[in-house]
Design a protein around this ligand. Structure first.
Ligand code: SAM
Ligand code: DTB
Ligand code: SF4
Length: 346
């Protein structure tokens, strides 16, 4: 069975065939892969904070923060490190193991790096994993942030290369790939995924996952966002995606990137408990916790506690051991029926 092998050469035809498998067989395959590599009852929680809000010069059609659109968002300057660290401490007290700091920038300037490094050092000192998402990043910027203790860089491919220019025109897919390369070269772990519900085709969704899986090293974390429709953005009013398409995309990501964390990301506030359950069955094992994402609302801690309890799932209590993202397949651990065995296998 090829599921256990980390492959980087998936063809579109192979990936489409998996995506279009009858749903129960697709879920069974995704679960089988998931249980080989993860504790099936454990969900990792990351909390987001917008450290610089609005006024972004990029024209991403989904985004509330672009100067090209007319949204109600109030812009805010870069937060002070002490404010950021206090928010991280609050997130930690609610069970988050990773703190993700997002800035509405095309790219940071070199002179922004020292204050960002200070934020990273402060969050790291709380014992949390750190993640930044700042737009395009040079290798030297990535190295400086890595040195400060940055664990993850989030930079999404968002959609397929073919559909990309209908969503963003101020940068290219190649720009996105270059930043991922720069972050990798600096030794950072990658968080890279996309958004569904932009009006893309099924082939675009499959191609997005294939692009991620065919990177030289799989992103350690793969956020799958469902478009949060924001009034004033060009994508407001887009026909909603059928939820099974989201579930299939998650399952495909789980099967093609067996060792990656797959995060059910933006859009959860509008999802039923049943859809959450299907997404977890499809192999999602991470969520954004907290009341807010960056500029829009999230499911919230009270609902998430209730949801996880009803599903018999629990939040991961510690950051995962630092991963080495091996290019070559390592022997898969035996199928682990219990939590302890699966945890020990990682
Ligand atoms: N400015 C940086 C960038 O674009 O790389 C970092 C922040 S940006 C808000 C991070 C990601 O959030 C985007 O790549 C996109 O995938 C996701 N995102 C933004 N707005 C969204 C929305 N309305 N619904 C769902 N996902 C969204
Ligand atoms: C990601 O893939 N999703 C997060 C995080 N990475 C930075 C952002 C979601 C943003 C949703 C819309 C908003 O709140 O502005
Ligand atoms: Fe700017 Fe990021 Fe929003 Fe695009 S997604 S407009 S780069 S903040």
């Amino acid at each position: 069975m090829t599921d256990e092998t980390l492959r980087h050469d998936w063809s579109l035809e192979e990936a489409l065939a998996i995506y279009r498998t009858p749903l129960s067989s697709l879920l069974h395959r995704a679960q089988t892969v998931h249980r080989r590599h993860f504790d099936p009852e454990e969900i990792q929680l990351s909390t987001l904070l917008s450290i610089k809000t609005g006024g972004c010069t990029e024209d991403c059609a989904y985004c509330s923060q672009s100067v090209h659109h007319h949204t109600d968002l109030a812009p805010a300057a870069l937060l002070k490190p002490e404010t950021v660290v206090a928010e991280a401490a609050r997130a930690r007290s609610q069970g988050a193991t990773r703190f993700c700091m997002g800035a509405a920038w095309r790219e940071p300037r070199d002179r922004d790096i020292p204050v960002l490094a200070e934020m990273v050092r402060g969050v790291k000192a709380l014992g949390m994993e750190t993640c930044l998402t700042l737009g395009m990043l040079s290798e030297s910027q990535a190295r400086a942030l890595k040195e400060a203790g940055l664990d993850y860089y989030n930079h999404n491919l968002d959609t397929s290369p073919g559909f990309y220019d209908q969503i963003v025109t101020t940068r290219t897919y190649a720009d996105r790939l270059e930043t991922l390369e720069n972050a990798r070269a600096a030794g950072l772990s990658l968080c890279s995924g996309g958004i569904l519900g932009l009006g893309e085709s099924q082939e675009d969704r499959v191609e997005l996952v294939r692009q991620l899986a065919n990177l030289p090293v799989h992103p350690e974390s793969v956020p799958i966002n469902l478009l949060v429709q924001v009034e004033g953005t060009p994508l407001h009013g887009t026909a909603p995606l059928h939820p099974f398409e989201l579930v299939r995309t998650i399952a495909l990501a789980r099967i093609l990137m067996p060792r990656s964390s797959i995060r059910l990301s933006a859009g959860r506030a509008g999802m039923s408990d049943e859809l959450h359950a299907l997404a977890f069955l499809a192999g999602a094992n991470s969520i954004f916790s907290g009341e807010n994402l960056l500029t829009t609302g999230n499911a919230g801690d009270a609902r998430d506690r209730d949801l996880l309890a009803r599903l018999g799932l629990h939040a991961r209590s510690q950051p995962a051991p630092v991963q080495t993202s091996a290019r070559t397949p390592s022997p898969a651990p035996p199928a682990a029926p219990g939590a302890a065995a699966a945890a020990a296998a990682r």
